[in-house]
Ligand binder design. Structure first.
Ligand code: UD1
Length: 416
């Protein structure tokens, strides 16, 4: 099993292009099956979660072909509506295929999804929104059997603005008769990207980015080519790394506004931030100070996915910073690993307090989940000595080639 090995302490300098967004491309890959023809995704990141989506598409009968960073999907030959258990378990986002398969076929059969261990991650909201559209969902022997041959658009209010449930509802509503209005929808930029993709292939969706989204179902679709948005969480990871260790970088292919809460936190910690069209620059002396409480919240609040990497950036800061995790119940699994490196972090329920220490040292650690693994990379870059990160398959779910990217900035990092 591969490990990432980091010799900490090297300043990071240079320019880096940010990969396409995982959380955008996964629902978009599910959405490709709404069109019985060809779609080309430009700037599609090479990730294990993307490969897992491709395996699902291929199982359903679709064709998928890479050409460099472009992925072409032909959903014309799709002939199945069932997804086997082993493919569903590969990642949590597999559940997004439910709405898309129902919209295309009116039938779907699959089991419950797998994914990162972030505490209980129910799919009750996904299922209740599909039921509201008229889908008949039954659980038999651990499998979900869904019949939805006459879905009808209507107003649906989500109990909480779940990202995945919003996406699933949008996809299913594309196959429903008439107009669906989603109220209290998630406002994440990735949902805007899904809307833009759907519109590019002929669907009618508007309002994404606000909490009310309208979908006019059963539109004629056509072949389309679409560029995936940049990954704001990968960008937050690189910014946190430079903030922690010191240096000066410019990230290209990024939407500055998507990162405003993250850059505000890093600015408060003492970094100099500059932004332009599609770019973010960050300069840090590597001596950060503690900041006011970081509370994760649905977009446009501070992203839960950036909580771990910002925490890692502040391990050597002056003073104490409070983190409050409001989205997931079990999102401090990286803390025990960071403590092995000398981090001073106390956790009580959803609150973590990070007290900066001058003695952060390299150690053998294990990635516990995707963003927790990214936090270990950030800590390893800032620590003294060698950090060996195991279980890097979690990191590979969301980072295309972190060793290549961080090396480009001058980090002493390698894969072994
Ligand atoms: C997506 C992102 C993930 C991010 C999260 C929150 C993708 C592929 N993943 O995950 O990286 O951390 O948004 O920004 O886009 N919930 C329920 N019932 C449901 C659905 C969700 O109770 O049916 C709860 C969850 O347990 C969680 C909260 O709602 O506590 C938010 O989850 P949600 O927004 O659905 O996250 P995901 O779509 O799973």
């Amino acid at each position: 099993m591969s490990q990432i090995i980091i010799q900490g302490g090297e300043r990071l300098e240079g320019t880096l292009r940010v990969q396409g967004a995982k959380n955008s491309v996964l629902p978009i890959l599910a959405a490709t099956i709404l069109h019985p023809g060809q779609t080309v995704l430009r700037g599609c990141p090479h990730l294990s979660d993307v490969e897992a989506s491709i395996r699902i598409l291929q199982h359903l009968g679709c064709e998928a072909q890479w050409e460099g960073e472009d992925l072409t999907v032909n959903a014309a030959p799709m002939g199945r509506w069932d997804i086997p258990d082993h493919l569903m378990r590969e990642m949590r986002s597999s559940v997004i295929f439910l709405g898309a398969v129902l919209a295309r076929f009116g039938w779907a059969e699959m089991s419950y999804p797998g994914g990162c261990e972030l505490g209980p991650r129910p799919i009750d909201l996904h299922l209740s929104t599909l039921r509201r559209l008229g889908a008949d969902l039954r659980e038999e022997g651990g499998r979900l059997r869904c019949a939805a041959q006459q879905m009808e658009g209507r107003e649906i209010a989500l109990g909480i603005p779940s990202v995945g449930a919003t996406e699933n509802a949008i996809l299913a509503a594309c196959g429903a008769e008439g107009e669906t209005v989603l109220v209290n929808a998630a406002r994440e930029p990735e949902i805007v990207d899904l809307q833009n993709f759907l519109c590019a292939m002929g669907c009618k969706v508007r309002g994404a980015g606000s909490s009310t989204i309208c979908i006019a179902g059963r539109q004629e679709t056509h072949d389309a080519t679409y560029s995936v948005m940049p990954d704001r969480i990968v960008a937050a990871t690189w910014l946190s790394a430079v903030a922690a260790v010191g240096g000066e970088v410019e990230l290209e292919h990024i939407n500055y506004r998507h990162l405003s809460t993250v850059t505000a936190a890093l600015h408060e910690a003492g970094c100099r931030i500059s932004g332009g069209e599609g770019k973010i620059g960050l300069r840090s002396e590597g001596r950060l100070r503690a900041i006011s409480a970081v509370r994760t919240a649905p977009y446009p609040g501070f992203p839960t996915d950036a909580q771990a990497v910002l925490m890692a950036a502040l391990l050597r800061s002056k003073g104490a910073t409070v983190f409050v995790e409001n989205i997931f119940e079990n999102r401090y699994r990286h803390v025990d690993e960071l403590r092995r490196m000398g981090a001073d972090i106390s956790v009580a329920d959803r609150v973590a307090v990070v007290t900066g220490t001058s003695e952060l040292y390299g150690a053998p650690v294990r990635a516990t989940d995707l963003r927790g693994g990214a936090a270990l990379m950030v800590a390893g870059l800032a620590a003294e000595g060698e950090t060996r990160i195991g279980d890097i398959q979690h990191i590979q779910r969301g980072y295309e080639d972190p060793v290549r990217d961080l090396r480009k900035l001058g980090a002493a990092i390698r894969l072994e």
